[in-house]
Design a protein around this ligand. Structure first.
Ligand SMILES: [Zn+2]
Length: 321
């Protein structure tokens, strides 16, 4: 009798153990699933990147239609109204939903004080920037802005034969001090993605009057969040909206007209972040994935290349298939 009871208890314990183990495994799988879902947008992106059309397979006639939503059409209505840089002329080529537009991504522009410092890895010298722009001029490239790119994606303008975008991230004061005079000298526009929290507070950041001055001179100003967070890690939707929409409102209040482009801090984004960027009213956004082909259907995933100290990397990127 005692033996049967013990046997019964053991049997029940084993069954319970199996149930607990099964539940734990199920729970683990569930949380793993959730984690995969968070990354699914980037996973999809990676797949797309691997199968991205080669230049030969891209339909240059424009028969591949991109789906434009109403929100985009309304918000790009005034894209072309902003004054271009003097001497900057857009000439006609055939329109297509996939455009070849290399996008350079610069950070600090300043003389190198110490070749070994980490910051120098992201810096380029004013001399190299001038050399790169000189290279573009000599080789028939035309610098455009993101507002020109979206207008071309939307079919309201056409791009010059060899368009390229020069973008400058964060809002470092050295960009105003060193890059802006070079851009003015060569009469080319650049796009400055600014995260707004340090503006007027951190001496290494541009001031609002410097930002306004650059805007008036034909530079494009874009949003780069409020505090430069990892946007994918912000759980609260209100906080996410605040990070993305607030800088747009602040910048527009200072420069007095709409801005269109956003750059993801650290290049990190997912479907939720893209939705928030759209909600805020931006019509185009740039990541940091290497690539030169910009797809109208993926206008919130415009690619670019991080600058390096070597002009050979710059030339190689421009030739990227
Ligand atoms: Zn940044």
């Amino acid at each position: 009798m005692k033996k049967t009871l013990l046997y019964g208890i053991s049997l029940i314990s084993i069954v319970l153990l199996i149930l607990v183990a099964a539940y734990a495994r199920n729970g683990f799988l569930k949380s793993h699933d959730t984690e995969s879902k968070e990354h699914s947008f980037l996973d999809v992106f990676e797949v797309e990147q691997a199968t991205y059309p080669s230049p030969e397979t891209i339909d240059k006639t424009g028969s591949k239609e991109a789906s434009f939503d109403d929100e985009f059409s309304t918000s790009t209505a005034h894209v072309t109204s902003h004054n271009p840089v003097a001497g900057y002329v857009v000439t006609a080529t055939s329109s297509t939903s996939v455009l070849r537009v290399p996008v350079m991504i610069y950070h600090s522009v300043r003389p190198h004080v110490s070749e070994s410092s980490l910051q120098d890895a992201y810096d380029i010298t004013p001399e190299l920037l001038a050399q790169e722009i000189e290279f573009l001029k000599v080789n028939g490239y035309t610098c455009i802005r993101f507002s020109d790119l979206v207008a071309a994606m939307d079919g309201t303008t056409t791009l010059p034969a060899k368009p390229v975008i020069l973008s400058f991230d964060d809002g470092w004061e050295n960009q105003y001090v060193y890059a802006f005079p070079i851009l003015k000298k060569y009469k080319v526009p650049g796009t400055f993605f600014i995260y707004t929290n340090p503006v007027g507070r951190n001496p290494h950041w541009m001031t609002w009057s410097q930002i306004v001055e650059m805007d008036r001179a034909g530079m494009e100003i874009g949003g780069h969040s409020r505090t430069h967070p990892y946007l994918t890690k912000i759980i609260d939707n209100h906080l996410l909206d605040k990070e993305i929409a607030e800088p747009k409102a602040i910048i527009e209040a200072h420069i007095g007209h709409p801005i269109y482009a956003f750059a993801y801090p650290f290049g990190f984004y997912n479907a939720r972040v893209v939705a928030a960027v759209k909600r805020a009213g931006y019509v185009v956004a740039r990541n940091v994935f290497n690539g030169v082909w910009q797809d109208a259907a993926h206008r919130y995933e415009v690619r670019g290349a991080l600058s390096t100290d070597r002009i050979t990397d710059f030339e190689r990127y421009l030739k990227m298939p």
